[in-house]
Design a protein around this ligand. Structure first.
Ligand code: GLU
Length: 417
């Protein structure tokens, strides 16, 4: 396999990164074959009766990339552009993310190719329930545990939990994470990915000797990850100078609460009173200390990377950087905290939620945040150590640690029969 060329799909990017890790670790061709193959792929047709009586068909997916280290784990994405290849790539990333943070999980991802903004609440519920019933045979608290991702939230998780439970005949909260608190959700799960991004920023600033109260940050994306990262970073004393959504960005507000209020009222951050607009590319190129891409894949490319002025890039989104974008940032000496570390807060607190559901014993918010900090700081320390001892980037170090863990688990389990 050769390195991916420009405008590659997320799957080619993910495979090229895996290939590099396999080479750097000196693993065998057998290891490459077992690690580079997704284990279970499900594609389903999801019929939806629209409110007007028309029946429309949507494509749904669930990919269990690996179950070697434990049940498959990963989010469900509702987005018009998802396909099987992207779902495989994201499921592979979940596998490395869970291994890097040492959670007892494999990796999965799923989704429906639909723009959730085009659905009424009732349509969203019917689509979620039908998709759940289509993938029902392969999910479960010991098999595969979905969670929120782009375009889904705790409401969808409640419907998934209910659909699964009705079919089981009893309540099964552990089938899904990111649920509402009253259904067995965990305190701190809603903000967990953003909180984790802020922990990564804090640790990276420490390493670079930058005082957080004098640091500036720009955040691309103001959804489940970007918004909560902005809130947590403001609390840490950073100045969040710009945020954006799909419609564009804004700068010049007093605090992110103002932008959130405008978003809740109008559906976009653009036009927040007293702000100046900027494009998503202009946001990437601001002269800030830290840049957080927290939107979709392929935001930092060979086209956008040359203009980046930030000293530190913390990947809140999954796969926001192409291999070319990555190489350009490395040449510029930018410290890139890779997605599988930077955005692992979500799945870490998902793991806490699953543990609490299994034990039927629930933790305080303080316990959640303390344990989240501990796991992320341990993973960060391991990545920084491997990066400096092996002379590799943080992304390469993170991939080496996680791929080695999965390869080791394969070796110890052996091949059946
Ligand atoms: N969708 C989130 C991610 O990409 C969370 C996954 C989970 O909690 O299982 O990491």
């Amino acid at each position: 396999m050769t390195m991916a060329s420009s405008n590659e799909s997320p799957l080619k990017t993910a495979l090229s990164q895996l290939r590099r890790a396999v080479e750097q670790l000196g693993l065998s061709e057998n290891d490459w074959n077992t690690l580079s193959t997704p284990r279970r792929l499900m594609e389903v047709a999801v019929p939806l009766r629209r409110d007007n009586g028309h029946v429309e068909m949507y494509k749904g997916y669930r990919v269990q990339y690996s179950t070697t280290r434990g049940p498959a784990k990963g989010g469900i994405r509702f987005h018009q552009d998802i396909d099987l290849d992207e779902t495989i790539a994201l499921a592979m990333l979940m596998t490395w993310k869970c291994a890097l943070t040492n959670l007892p999980y494999g990796g999965a991802k799923g989704g429906v190719a639909v723009d959730p903004k085009t659905l009424s609440l009732a349509e969203n519920e019917r689509l979620t329930r039908r998709y759940t019933s289509e993938i029902l045979p392969i999910i479960g608290p010991e098999r595969d545990i979905p969670a929120p991702d782009v375009g889904t939230d705790e409401r969808n998780m409640a419907w998934i939990m209910d659909t699964y439970s009705v079919n089981a005949g009893y309540s099964v909260p552990g089938v899904v994470t990111g649920k509402p608190i009253v259904l067995g959700g965990s305190l701190g799960r809603t903000s967990a990915t953003g909180d984790g991004v802020a922990i990564s920023v804090r640790e990276a600033l420490k390493l670079r000797g930058i005082d957080p109260t004098k640091a500036t940050v720009a955040i691309q994306g103001f959804g489940k990850v970007g918004y909560w990262a902005a809130v947590a970073l403001e609390k840490q004393g950073l100045k969040v100078v710009a945020v954006s959504d799909v419609n564009g960005g804004v700068t010049g507000y007093k605090n992110v609460a103002e932008v959130k209020a405008h978003l809740d009222k109008t559906g976009s951050v653009v036009g927040t009173p007293g702000t100046s607009p900027l494009t998503n590319t202009e946001l990437l190129h601001l002269a800030v200390d830290v840049l957080v891409p927290a939107a979709l894949a392929d935001s930092i490319t060979e086209a956008s990377a040359p203009g980046i002025q930030a000293k530190i890039v913390v990947e809140g989104a999954n796969a926001p950087t192409t291999p070319q974008g990555d190489a350009i940032m490395n040449d510029k000496g930018i410290l890139v905290v890779p997605d599988i570390l930077a955005n692992s807060g979500g799945v870490i607190v998902s793991y806490f939620e699953w543990v609490q559901d299994k034990q039927k014993y629930f933790w305080s918010a303080a316990e959640v945040i303390e344990n989240l900090n501990e796991i992320m700081m341990r993973a960060t320390k391991e990545v920084a150590e491997v990066a400096s001892s092996r002379g590799v980037t943080w992304r390469e170090a993170a991939n080496m640690i996680s791929v080695e863990r999965v390869a080791q688990a394969h070796r110890l389990r052996g091949l059946y029969p």
